[in-house]
Design a protein around this ligand. Structure first.
Ligand code: GTP
Ligand code: ZN
Length: 353
């Protein structure tokens, strides 16, 4: 099990370096080259006969108006775009990267071809997200001894692999009686953190799940509500006398910093936070809150009060066995830069404001 997760870590590293990988699913094996980290020369080495179709997510294909060619029975299934002589490296880049959507009208017509190794294709898109890359590949059918499997990727992301690796007293501004606890798996670079504030008093702790937001947490970005929510969560827990802040390394709702900044660039063009993620080819929310359930279990907390406006967090924790006895709203004042973002969360992602 851990050996396979290890090979996924190597595959993530390979993708980021522009090296090909292979994924073996139940319906066949795909050899894959990530478009973002490739170039024309690497493509020629990977696919000398220029046959490899372009693998895209369903959302990206729909954005490119290729939705009508998708399998109607599986609207979320990955899409393969037939490789024709004029579909060169630059055209594939334009297919994969939405920053060019408005500037360069695509040539076309593009034709979708059946995705035979569909589970391997879906796993490839998932691996691109884990690697923080655009979810788009050149893909060739064919065996490869070093292929990883979708199950390997599943186990790589398995929240149950998390364990506690360190803890220490950590007085923080506004909550001096605090302890930090760090969690990690063997393969993942980012450590999740719990800040235990105050002393257990027999009551269900007030818990906040905070997803990493470098721009909001560190730089004071006004585009979102993360920075003020982080500070206010510490204050609210301190005021209760006992509770836990979970700081989850799920930057950009799980798509990573670079892809979040790509989403911001699309927002500069007028797309909202939901459409920006879809145009990039990602789920609107790629986070896995089971990580938080695992952390709470390791901390011995089965019953909590949850500070959030996001019903998904409540539902996922409950499904993972955490007894959420109360949802406590966590609403901060809007500013001129985030008012539209907050309205989108209310209107399109089910947040309760
Ligand atoms: N992809 C993407 N991520 C964003 C954007 N704005 C903020 N984020 C990320 O969203 C996460 C914060 O999630 P929110 O949706 O604000 O809040 P929530 O955690 O779902 O819900 P609450 O508990 O009610 O705050 C952080 O990981 C941010 O980095 C954006 O426009 N695009
Ligand atoms: Zn933010």
């Amino acid at each position: 099990m851990s050996g396979n997760a290890h090979s996924v870590a190597l595959a993530v590293d390979a993708l980021r370096r522009g090296w090909p990988i292979a994924i073996r699913g139940g319906a066949g094996t795909l050899r894959l080259l990530a478009i973002e980290t490739a170039d024309a020369e690497r493509l020629a080495g990977f696919d000398p006969e220029a046959r490899a179709p372009v693998l895209l997510s369903a959302g990206r294909a729909a954005t490119l108006k290729l939705a009508n060619q998708r399998d109607a029975a599986a609207p979320d299934a990955p899409v393969l775009i037939e490789r024709v002589p004029w579909l060169d490296f630059d055209t594939a880049t334009a297919l994969s990267d939405p920053q060019f959507d408005l500037a360069t009208p695509l040539k076309g017509p593009f034709r979708a071809v059946p995705v035979e190794a569909s589970d391997a294709a879906a796993a490839a898109l998932r691996l691109a997200r884990i690697a923080g890359l655009l979810p788009a590949f050149f893909a060739l059918a064919g065996e490869d001894a070093g292929a990883i499997t979708p199950a390997d990727i599943e186990s790589h992301e398995d929240a149950d692999r998390l364990r506690i690796v360190g803890r220490a007293r950590l007085p923080v501004a506004g909550a001096e009686d605090s302890e930090i606890v760090a969690f990690r798996t063997d393969e993942m670079p980012g450590e999740h953190i719990a800040l235990l504030i105050g002393q257990p008093n027999g009551a269900a702790p007030l818990v906040r799940l905070h997803s990493e937001c470098l721009t909001g947490d560190m730089l004071g970005s006004l585009k979102c509500d993360c920075g003020p929510q982080l500070k206010a969560a510490v204050a609210a827990i301190e005021a209760e006398g006992w509770g836990i802040l979970l700081y989850l390394r799920q930057e950009g709702r799980g798509i990573g910093l670079i892809n979040k900044l790509r989403a911001y660039a699309l927002q500069d063009q007028g797309f909202d936070t939901v459409d920006a993620n879809t145009r990039l080819g990602f789920a609107v929310d790629a986070r896995n809150f089971r990580v938080a359930a695992r952390m709470l279990a390791l901390l011995g907390q089965r019953q909590i009060r949850l500070l959030t406006n996001n019903p998904d967090k409540v539902a996922t924790l409950r499904a993972a066995g955490v007894d959420v006895v109360e949802r406590v709203p966590h609403i901060l004042p809007a500013n001129p830069h985030n008012a539209q973002y907050l309205a989108t969360k209310r209107d399109r992602t089910g947040h309760e404001f």
